[in-house]
Ligand binder design. Structure first.
Ligand SMILES: CCCCCC/C=C/CC(=O)SCCNC(=O)CCNC(=O)[C@H](O)C(C)(C)COP(=O)(O)OP(=O)(O)OC[C@H]1O[C@@H](n2cnc3c(N)ncnc32)[C@H](O)[C@@H]1OP(=O)(O)O
Length: 113
């Protein structure tokens, strides 16, 4: 899933939650879609941060779903929705960040779209 909270008054925080590595399962992708919509429609939210939990950003595709029937929202439209956001979206990356366009393992940092 993806948990939505509001911090510092105007920042929407979307936390990827899928132990052990916050992989992009169908539920996580749906959670990001839902929480993005919620944050974008909230006038008090001026910017968004997407983060992982427990010192891991994201392990990429959820390997437990390999070989099963695809469900949930596809990834590419989700990425496009984030890139087209009317509010700035920052990824707060800690630890592993794996996925469609590359992989990294770092200490901490952030990228913006
Ligand atoms: C439209 C649907 C698809 C959306 C996604 C789009 C597709 C993008 C392409 C990709 O994302 S390809 C990349 C897929 N990811 C991987 O192949 C990651 C494989 N895992 C690793 O490389 C490592 O496990 C790690 C993430 C670097 C962590 O290494 P570490 O040494 O810290 O821990 P491990 O002992 O290896 O693993 C711990 C624990 O986590 C489980 N696990 C690891 N990766 C995943 C994953 N991607 N999904 C689900 N579970 C994962 C691993 O099985 C271990 O579990 P255990 O129960 O403790 O044995």
């Amino acid at each position: 899933m993806a948990q939505y909270t509001r911090v510092a008054g105007s920042v929407g925080l979307i936390t990827l939650q899928n132990p052990p590595v916050n992989a992009l399962s169908a539920m996580v992708r749906q959670g990001v879609v839902d929480t993005m919509e919620r944050a974008l429609s909230a006038p008090e939210v001026k910017s968004l941060v997407i983060c992982g939990q427990k010192e891991t950003f994201c392990g990429g595709a959820d390997i437990r779903e390999f070989g099963t029937k695809m469900s949930g929202p596809p990834l590419t439209p989700l990425i496009h929705a984030i890139e087209a956001s009317t509010k700035p979206v920052v990824a707060a990356i800690e630890g592993v960040a794996l996925g469609q366009t590359g992989a990294s393992r770092g200490d901490s940092g952030s990228t913006a779209s």
